[in-house]
Design a protein. Sequence first.
Length: 454
Amino acid sequence: MKERIIISGAGLVGSLWAVFLAKRGYKVDVYERRPDMRTLAGDGGRSINLAMSTRGWKALEKAGIKEEIMADAIAMKGRMMHSLDGRLTFQAYGEERQAIYSVSRAGLNRKLMDIAEQFDNVDFHFDFPCTGYDTRKGEIHFQHSKTGEKKSLAASYIFGADGAFSALRGSLQKTPRFNYSQYYLEHGYKELTIPATASGEFAMDKDSLHIWPRGHFMLIALPNPDKSFTCTLFLPFEGTESFGNLQSDIQIMDFFQNHFADAIGMMPTLLEDFKNNPTSSLVTIKCNPWTWENKVLLIGDASHAIVPFYGQGMNSGFEDCTLLDELADRHQENWEKVILEFNQTRIKDANAISDLAIRNFREMRDLVGDPMFLLRKKIAAWLHEKYPNDFLPLYSMVTFSHVPYSTALNEGKAQDLLFEEILALENIQEDWKSDQVIRIFEKWLEDKPTKTTF
Ligand SMILES: Cc1cc2nc3c(=O)[nH]c(=O)nc-3n(C[C@H](O)[C@H](O)[C@H](O)COP(=O)(O)OP(=O)(O)OC[C@H]3O[C@@H](n4cnc5c(N)ncnc54)[C@H](O)[C@@H]3O)c2cc1C
């Protein structure tokens, strides 16, 4: 067996990274703050899901567990928009065969732990939060939350996958020249439920991610294998339409009646869910460097927590695992070189997806109902069909490709300029497949300072 590596945090990214390291033959010890979720009944009564897309699937494939996870995933081929008067409009996410997939967060986490534990060289230590890292001694500290037992451990390498409020990162923040920022959105979120119908069927189309875009707030719903939907209401904490103003039963019901009338009938436990489920906040965290002396590395939300509007938080954390694994091959498992290069190359991409995620919030809550936005999507899909190697719509670049996020962000900005010109054409609504559109596109392509081939 190879040397010992410690991972702090057995969430989605820590558990997947344990599988990658175990396959390479390292002795892996994973310390997790919470009890073993596999010994707890149910998912706390709620089924919470996440959208998995191409970057996430690639990591699971590399770890050899894609098929197993795919077996319980539900394909969502596009957005189903619910207008105020209940009209439905479907927008495909990409090409015919492309979809994002709804997976259960708890189910995925449990499976990743099961798979990691099948290796003799992996041990999970539950109820054992990291309490800090001693940069002088090179030791990580843990303290058992029930017995109080303390451990100070040294390891060849330590990975911090302990989430947005990482204790390991907390220690690095105290070191000189460590940059750190956290930014809370003025919106919070609350999870709600649409159960299966009385006849045991999905209450809405199951092949879509449902969105009720309402300007400065929105409701979304993703399907679950038990035929329920998990809904998430994104709403400001304060203001006229806000969580702060939804205190009484009447206020809550009036708000839903006014904005999500077609959903109310499908939500028999709305009031109960609204009052019992927490209102959570949405944070963006950026930091730099992600490493301490190329021996300790922060991964996943611990180094780059983002808002969920591009569905890329977990996907980007899983992509961290893919990239680290590729670097490990390239540097023959010289981990200091791996960590050094990862830290040098990955931060710009994490910053880019963080910015893209905030930008997509505006798109989801606001623009998805805007006719000019829909026209832009149509023209973008047509241009991609005609010039598949030269043009890829931004959403597809982020969701269905492995193009670095920083490239996607730059391409997205260039595409904004292109569409500003195209959408300003006089009769664009009637004649959007015109020679004039092609001329503008070809000129844009020629003038573009960086050429990207898809
Ligand atoms: C509402 C919402 C919807 C989302 N939807 C999507 C989506 O559709 N698609 C997507 O890709 N992403 C989505 N995300 C983002 C995704 O949830 C995160 O990016 C992902 O969970 C990050 O995984 P992680 O393992 O880095 O962190 P986490 O999942 O937070 O795991 C961290 C683990 O570390 C443990 N821990 C914490 N502190 C300590 C400590 N001191 N010591 C030891 N262990 C500790 C925690 O208990 C946890 O098990 C969403 C996020 C939110 C909030």
